[in-house]
Design a protein around this ligand. Sequence first.
Ligand code: ATP
Length: 609
Amino acid sequence: MGQYKHLAGVALFAAIAALLPLITDNGFYLKVVFMVGINYLAAAGLNVLVGYTGQKSLGHAGLFAVGAYTAALLTARMEWNPWLALLAAGVVAGIFGVLIALPALRVKGPALAMVTIGFGVVVEKVVSEWQDVFAGQQGIYGVLPLSINGHIFDMREWVWLVLALGVATHLMMRSLLSGKFGRAFMAVNTAEVAAESVGVSVYKFKVLAFVISAVTCGVAGALVAQQNQYINSDFITFNLSIFFLLIVLLGGKSVYGPLLGALVLTLLDAFLARWPGVQHFTYGALLLFGLYVMPDGLSGTVSRFFTKRKPALSNRDIPLPSVSLRELAGARAIDVKGPLLQTEGLYKAYGGVVPTNNISIDLQPGHVHSLIGPNGAGKTTLLNILSGIIPPTKGAIRFCGESILAKPANQICAMGLGRTFQNLKLFADMSVIDNVKVGLHQHIRAGFGAYLFALPAAKRQEREATAQAMQVLQFLGLDTKAYETAGSLPYGLQRRVELARALATRPSLLLLDEPAAGLNPQETQELTGVIRSIKELGITVLLIEHHMDLVMAISDHVIVLDYGEKIAEGTPTQVQKNPRVITAYLGAPDDDAQLAPATFATSLENKHA
Ligand SMILES: Nc1ncnc2c1ncn2[C@@H]1O[C@H](COP(=O)(O)OP(=O)(O)OP(=O)(O)O)[C@@H](O)[C@H]1O
């Protein structure tokens, strides 16, 4: 949806919603509309965490309580200004968000859900048992409501306030999630290892998602306490956590999802209030049935009717980047003297298996290096160590003259080391161009505030990122596929998208793990040309490959591994004649033998079998 169309739609929706309180002065109806707004606020942040980042939480009632009790204690006991207390509630909830994010960095899936349940239960127990501070079921009275110039809000004004906050939250979430931050959250959700290796800090984005969800939940809790002028422990139940999660799941992963979910479930909640016995049954049934019929939630189902396919691109549509691909790629490699990457005595053991045994290699700038060896020789393990995915047990790695041993993968990527994976790790649900833009993540300088408030800097950088992503796609002949979903492309093209994503990180060293795996002969031939073009851009390549024709045709230098040890290195011709290499591949030493590429390939196939 275009920016102006969207704003017009939001203005229309807000105008209609703002008229509602003028139609009725029935307190119950006004309260229901107020609660739609409150539930939307709570779910809008939770959607970032659950929908976009894939972190399931069943403890957000705890964060709602943190906000509610912060506002209650600050105003009822310390007589803070209620507006300041509302702000403080968001901040304190955000801090608690960091606290529950910490376990999320270690555990995933059901284990994470258990941790968040634990958090919710602890908060519930604290507010009900710690009578001196939280007054348990008796509750805290005298919570100061919001007011302007001494005028205390009536129910109508509360509705308008949550409407205004809801619209502001929607605009901020839309701006945040449609750019760099939304892509990073989704990348973390889809493939954490891939996200790290294209420069996205999984750690930072998980914490950020928890904080965003905590802040909106905390503000929602504070508003409820302030509107009621009262809060007690009965507000904070496990059911509330489930209710928030249900809103997000039923709404679907979209910025509109929490609104649709909040609207449907709050109205249903109000309707079923007379029959509390069937309430939980209905929610359970809705979750099962609703998600069975609409796996993408309400928003996914609705958007299927409205989304138009992006038209094919014409040359006129393709924006021009401010710098050429050669300038971008070459800029990093220029100043390196000596080897671009150097390892000394790298060692990694898994119990008795030693896939990396005392490996020392030098990679020279501007060269194509190949890493070959039979299956299980330790090639991928070495690549994972170099790119920061696996820490070595001992040894040293210097990249661009700097040790990268203790650095996380995203920082190594930022230094100019890009990679692809043996088993494709695409962000399959995202478009091709968005995959490539995730690769540009580190080079988009606009920060959180710029995206949240849709500042011109963020828009400018997004436009430039689109232009640069298109430039990379054109380089690899993928520009016509830019708006296709990456996972829907044929396998060969998906491999190319992964290559484009790695190139977008602007690597000076590119690690390619079996890029020809699964390609047909013609695609393999084309890949040879692509790797040559990448070399011409000034990018150094380290290639793992079993296709020996490809290796011999493009390598300046070949390194051979067997059982985790480096058994030979040199030019392709030297390596082909090396007796240890021949033994490793054919299993029989023969001093006069030389492995022809074809023999190499056949011997590998035999080994694989
Ligand atoms: N996480 C792990 N835990 C235990 N063993 C592992 C682990 N990762 C790799 N290995 C073992 O280390 C050895 C080297 O594996 P690696 O994947 O690096 O080999 P490779 O040369 O890339 O093989 P291929 O050509 O089949 O991809 C294998 O024996 C493998 O089983």
